[in-house]
Design a binder for this molecule. Structure first.
Ligand SMILES: Cc1cc2nc3c(=O)[nH]c(=O)nc-3n(C[C@H](O)[C@H](O)[C@H](O)COP(=O)(O)OP(=O)(O)OC[C@H]3O[C@@H](n4cnc5c(N)ncnc54)[C@H](O)[C@@H]3O)c2cc1C
Length: 482
């Protein structure tokens, strides 16, 4: 039957997937996904949480089950294994007699190493077809060599916008080659891998239910563009904190490859043809270019993206931050939303990063590793790239970004609705700044902050007489309470 094998990684879809476009279709085809056993290991010394947390694993499994359904409809199937990806693929090549492995180059140092290790393991009888995809542009379409990638996002964006030739998304294959006779197929039950992931349910306070899979991804894209009208307001709402429509919420599907950037791009352009291009529709593409930038940065920087390899022992302040127990409502609300839903808005992400790195002085790599564990949209390039960017390391290091978290909280959550949504204890305080500075308004309402950075000085409320103990807090303004 001359079997061939598609090794799926961050490309869990059939539409616009170059892995399913063959110059001459194979007689039989295996589609394989390998859950990397390293993702089930602890995050770091002193951090027992696994690299992949329950929320992300649950979303991934939903996506794999949905993909299997789509493959079965077309005459194919899916095999999911847990292990060392190149070793599992090489073993299947040998046991099934695979003649060609199809795989996509992805961002990520481990992923690139996996491919190199597979190449070493493949027998001479088996070919390897490497393709590109997942990004708006393929490497050969970039207007510069990868080593000359512009040093800033702005310079990158200007070069890419000048060329404006994003290729269109490719259609879904209608049928697929048959599954090789006697080849193994199917997924292990999720509870055999992780009980917490099998039982994971997102907290309904998240106000949006993410469901893995290509169909759910397309439904969200369709809704956001064609039914909710939200895209027309994106530029104004994108810094929102509450509700389902302030941003596209496409990130988990883009990260797992249930949806491609080109599919989003095509649909936004189609929307513009019907409704007229506007600042908001431009801004959605602008954000996709951020994704694009970080993907090429990751490919260029390889292991350098992660900073020095070994993570330090986490200090106690890190635990408070992860649990949402810093005493700073905006940070605590954000970290509890992350734990409860596996997702956070971009505005909150930037603030919690800045607080951890610049105010608590904790190593940025611990925070990035925690996000890797929690985020259902974890994407190695976007996560580690954004962390480095806000922490002020790596690219554009000289422009390290400090966010005055208290000012940001009061600006983007003026009434304190977001913080009281996630921290109901604050509902008793009057709407407005008091909910962001409970220690100034009523020290009994909420635990005291673990640090009061000097930068907050001009934003602090006058002390209320109800704020017993606030003067003690002022004494720890240099962060020594940590
Ligand atoms: C510390 C930190 C870590 C992050 N980690 C991730 C991650 O692991 N995975 C991830 O997809 N995004 C990450 N982001 C980027 C961004 O926060 C999310 O993509 C966005 O909040 C997802 O919501 P959305 O889909 O509604 O985005 P929208 O605002 O609707 O944007 C549309 C799409 O553009 C892309 N995008 C938007 N902003 C960025 C950005 N700053 N960097 C890269 N791509 C962007 C995403 O694919 C997003 O889905 C991170 C940002 C920060 C500050």
């Amino acid at each position: 039957m001359n079997p061939e094998l598609v090794w799926l990684r961050d490309d869990l879809r059939l539409a616009d997937n170059p892995l399913f476009h063959f110059s001459s279709p194979p007689a039989s085809l295996m589609c394989v996904y390998v859950l990397d056993e390293r993702w089930l290991e602890p995050l770091a010394p002193g951090l027992s949480a696994r690299r992949i947390g329950a929320a992300r694993l649950s979303f991934l499994w939903q996506s794999l089950i949905a993909l299997r359904g789509e493959l079965l409809k077309r005459g194919g199937d899916l095999l999911v294994r847990v292990g060392d990806p190149p070793a599992v693929i090489a073993e299947l090549v040998a046991s099934v007699g695979v003649l060609c492995v199809h795989v996509r180059d992805t961002a990520g140092h481990d992923e690139a190493n996996d491919l190199a290790r597979l190449i070493e393991k493949l027998p001479a009888s088996c070919k390897l077809r490497r393709c590109q995809g997942g990004t708006l542009f393929d490497e050969q379409a970039l207007p510069f060599a990868l080593e000359d990638l512009p040093g800033s996002f702005s310079a990158f964006r200007r070069r890419m916008e000048a060329q404006d030739s994003t290729p269109p998304a490719q259609p879904t294959p209608i049928t697929l080659p048959l599954w090789p006779e006697k080849a193994p197929r199917g997924l292990p039950p999720l509870n055999h891998i992780c009980d917490q992931a099998a039982a994971w349910r997102s907290d309904s306070r998240g106000e949006f239910r993410f469901q893995g899979g290509e169909e759910a991804a397309l439904a969200r894209l369709d809704h956001y563009l064609w039914h909710s009208g939200a895209i027309a307001r994106y530029k104004k709402t994108r810094n929102g904190l509450l509700g389902a429509e302030f941003s596209t919420r496409l990130s988990p599907w883009l990260a797992t490859g249930c949806l491609s950037a080109r599919q989003v791009h095509d649909q936004v352009r189609a929307w513009e043809l019907e409704h007229g291009a506007c600042e908001s529709s431009y801004w959605v593409i602008f954000e996709l270019l951020w994704r694009e930038y970080f993907h090429w940065v990751a490919r260029k920087e390889k292991a350098g993206l992660f900073g020095p390899r070994a993570l330090p022992e986490p200090p106690p302040a890190f635990g408070s931050w992860c649990r949402g127990e810093t005493g700073v409502p905006f940070i605590d609300a954000g970290m509890r939303e992350l734990a409860a839903t596996g997702w956070q808005s971009n505005r909150v992400r930037q603030n919690v990063v800045s607080f951890l790195v610049h105010d608590l002085d904790v190593d940025w790599r611990l925070g990035a590793a925690w996000f890797e564990h929690c985020l259902i949209d974890f994407d190695v390039a976007s996560n580690w790239g954004n962390w480095g960017y806000v922490a002020g390391v790596g690219r554009e290091a000289s422009r390290g970004r400090y966010f005055n978290v208290l000012w940001q909280a009061q600006h983007y959550d003026a009434a304190g609705d977001y913080v009281s949504h996630w921290l109901p204890k604050l509902e008793g305080l009057s709407e407005g700044p008091a909910r962001h500075q409970p220690w100034r308004a009523d020290a009994t309402a909420y635990p005291e902050p673990c640090v009061i950075p000097d930068a907050w000085e001009d934003t602090l409320l006058p002390l209320s007489t109800a704020a017993g103990g606030a003067s003690r807090l002022d004494a720890s303004a240099d962060g020594s309470s940590l």
